[in-house]
Design a protein around this ligand. Structure first.
Ligand SMILES: *Cc1c(COP(=O)(O)O)cnc(C)c1O
Length: 364
């Protein structure tokens, strides 16, 4: 039996002819950049995310980068980021010339710890980027209180958590602004690259709109140095189709996660911990074990594909060697112990039960 980590072909096939109809609509319109589909998607995704503005951009990294730019963050500024995240969160900061200052996670939730944030504060701190990692909301209230006290900007990295809720409210619009990604494997994935900025701040939304489009609001007038980072009409049209089913797809992921947690509760594996205020959307189901490499090899030999998110934490990446970050023991331990089990909106019960039975049989 073969169980892939994520079968994107099946995910997209499950939308039947709807995606092909979206393609036809854009194809026949003859309009491919900044048109009706983008406008409609932006308004639909803003409503879904409970914010007043959504600005479609080229990808998730650019969504964070353009937000940092819109807030005027640059050289000399420090931005607190999780030590345990995909490197894009850090790259957006260094792309602006600012300094990423890592904060370690809470070992139970894997999300950024408020105590670590407090310890990382300096007079140069201007912003915090909490990541709703694996689809689980970060604990936003203490972060927002701290930000308020010190006058810091809070940008949520919501790339892994479309649809998740924190204390009953959608993530993405809880801080000053949020950034998300529609990379094909995300919970709301396009058929190519895509991303968006979410905010209730109309001034910031207008700035990002300009920045994504060569620094221009009126054609051929450029009042700021901008970029080309846009969500194209085809991707917007596909995303409109997929957004309509996002809550249902996330419910399927929740059922899978609950099944894993229920069946594996007596094992030696460290399972995801969900605080009672969190309504996660399970972009990833991440377990921890000291025998990670053996377990992965064992599953692979039985046809089950798992992944490691992430094998090398950002501060240990070659690209940051000159910045000489101090050791970050929790992130480093996670890199050695985490394993992501197959999860998606299209895994069938047979596959799921097969994975569970293998995990139950595993002896280190
Ligand atoms: C995927 C991801 C990004 C980057 O999104 P891209 O669209 O691939 O640029 C940023 N942050 C996190 C946490 C991600 O998982």
């Amino acid at each position: 039996m073969q169980v892939p980590f994520l079968d994107l072909k099946r995910v997209n096939e499950s939308f039947g002819i709807e995606l092909e109809e979206a393609f036809k609509r854009v194809h026949q319109s003859g309009w491919f950049i900044q048109g009706k589909e983008l406008e409609l998607f932006e308004s639909e995704f803003a409503d879904y995310s409970e914010v007043s503005h959504c600005v479609g951009v080229g990808n998730g990294l650019e969504a964070i980068h353009l937000l940092l730019k819109a807030y005027g963050i640059g050289p000399g500024d420090e931005v607190i980021v999780p030590s345990n995240t995909f490197i894009a969160t850090w790259l957006a900061v260094t792309e602006c010339g600012a300094i990423p200052v890592p904060a370690e996670p809470d070992p139970k939730t894997h999300n950024i710890s408020i105590h670590a944030i407090e310890a990382a504060l300096t007079p140069k701190t201007v912003a915090i980027i909490p990541v709703h990692l694996y689809g689980q909301p970060a604990d936003m209230d203490p972060i927002l209180a701290l930000a308020d006290k010190y006058g810091l900007v809070v940008i949520e990295d919501a790339a892994q958590a479309q649809g998740a809720k924190y204390k009953g409210r959608r993530i993405g619009g809880l801080g000053h602004a949020g950034a998300t990604s529609f990379y094909p494997g995300k919970n709301l994935g396009a058929l190519g690259d895509g991303g968006a900025v979410l905010t209730n701040d109309s001034e910031i939304a207008a700035k990002v709109r300009k920045l994504r489009n060569y620094g221009s609001k009126v054609k051929y007038q450029h009042d700021v140095l901008g970029y080309n980072s846009r969500l194209d009409e085809l991707q917007a049209a596909f995303l409109r189709v997929k957004l309509r089913r996002l809550d249902d797809d996330n419910q399927v992921r929740k059922n899978i996660a609950n099944h894993y947690s229920y069946c594996l509760s007596n094992s030696d594996l460290i399972l995801p911990d969900v605080p009672d205020w969190a309504d996660p959307v399970w972009h990833l189901y991440v377990i921890r074990t000291k025998n990670r490499d053996n377990l992965q090899q064992y599953l692979r030999s039985h046809g089950v594909e798992t992944l490691v998110h992430y094998p090398i934490p950002p501060h240990q990446q070659e690209c940051y060697a000159t910045m000489k970050f101090k050791p970050l023991p929790i992130a480093e331990q996670f890199a050695e112990q985490v394993l992501s089990l197959p999860i998606s909106s299209v895994i069938c019960d047979t596959d799921l039960n097969y994975v569970v039975s293998l995990l139950k049989d595993f002896r280190a």
